[in-house]
Design a protein around this ligand. Sequence first.
Ligand code: AMP
Ligand code: ZN
Length: 114
Amino acid sequence: MSDCLFCKIRDGLIPAKVIYQDDECLAFEDINPQAPTHVLFIPRKHIPTVNDISVEDQATVGHLFVAAAKVAKERSHDSNGYRVVMNTHRDAGQTVFHIHLHLLAGRPLMWPPG
Ligand code: AMP
Ligand code: ZN
């Protein structure tokens, strides 16, 4: 997708603090962090929303969770805890239409999330 912000970050056209990458995904610091750790994990494949995840994408999406858990452990959040979340459309406040798994950690996180 030529006009997708996260595809542009993936392609190096827009700068981001990339902290992890592999064949399937890329992770970078959120530009407006909501917690001491706020990292976004995106698939290299452009998938607009959770609604658009196909059966063929299952491994790719699962991979985002494996990568997020790896980074959470590296940052010693694995025992205190963390949240991984993917917002979908208006009521969840999705603003970028390339799926991304938020990793939030480093402070107590409210539940329910407002
Ligand atoms: P969502 O509301 O779930 O679609 O989340 C989009 C996230 O992308 C927000 O937390 C934004 O702060 C973040 N964001 C927007 N632009 C950038 C950018 N250029 N680099 C890093 N994060 C961004
Ligand atoms: Zn994209």
